[in-house]
Ligand binder design. Sequence first.
Ligand SMILES: C[S@@+](CC[C@H](N)C(=O)[O-])C[C@H]1O[C@@H](n2cnc3c(N)ncnc32)[C@H](O)[C@@H]1O
Length: 309
Amino acid sequence: MSANPARQGASPGEAGGDVLPQRGARGGPAPGEPAPPPPSAADIEVRLLMEAIYLRYSHDFRDYTGASQKRRVNYALEQMGFRSISALQEQVLRDDQVFGRLLQYLTVPVSEMFRDPDYFLALRQQVVPVLHTYPSIKVWVAGCSTGEEVYSLAILLREEGLLDRALIYATDINPQSLEKARQGIFPADAVREYTANYQRAGGRKSFSDYYTAAYGSARFDPALCANVIFADHSLATDSVFAETHLVSCRNVLIYFNRRLQDRALGLFHDSLCHRGFLGLGAKESIDFSAYGERFDTLARAERIFRKRA
Ligand SMILES: C[S@@+](CC[C@H](N)C(=O)[O-])C[C@H]1O[C@@H](n2cnc3c(N)ncnc32)[C@H](O)[C@@H]1O
């Protein structure tokens, strides 16, 4: 893993978007709409910080939702001991390691195994039977964080006899999270909750069959990840890389504004095969997006959609 958290392969020029906001182009009022109130000094500082990060590291956080981004920046300030956003920006521009630390706050690397068990139960009951009809399947877990969602899907696919013919792409923009995901070691004290989730998700075995407990940790069976490719990929700046049968992108779009949500949904739509499946997080939806008409709803409460023919 590179110690430099700058994203490879995307340069600011290639990644699209304006270097500095143009009036009416990025977040400005549409013609005929009243102008929004002027941004506060703190809002401007956050935007400048995101521009600086984009220019220096090619990580594009400019279209993340304002309020929660501001909260995360303020929390990072406290934790990292900076007195102002401008002071943080100055160091971020000069020191890769400061950016690496800030990235941990900006990306919210929080996950859990079989999170929202009903989602995994619906996959098992309504999606797996269709996946069985393909000789091989490709699954994309976008924004996989530290890997809990990937291991959950791998366990489910193994129990359903599909893991051997599955290729799973697990992508994220946080290199530290990807490294943890590759290791598959999770805190033992979380396992009790994961076990309950697994059972509610229709698990067919004993959850303890999948990990070895040692020194306060649970190490998951590496064979679960034999067909998993962990890779850096940004939904904000990168493009589609494979045709897939199922995209699971949970609790990621919630941090994006409408424009970036549409970009990500466009990638998923382009990546999915004919009648492919899309799973989102419990608070996420395609209803008001540019892609609402391009998917059927398979399981509304569980947020599982199917690409329209
Ligand atoms: C709250 S976690 C969700 C983890 C997991 N999907 C789950 O539901 O448990 C959000 C993840 O989205 C990732 N993320 C944020 N922006 C992203 C982007 N532009 N492209 C890909 N992943 C992104 C973060 O690094 C973080 O790991």
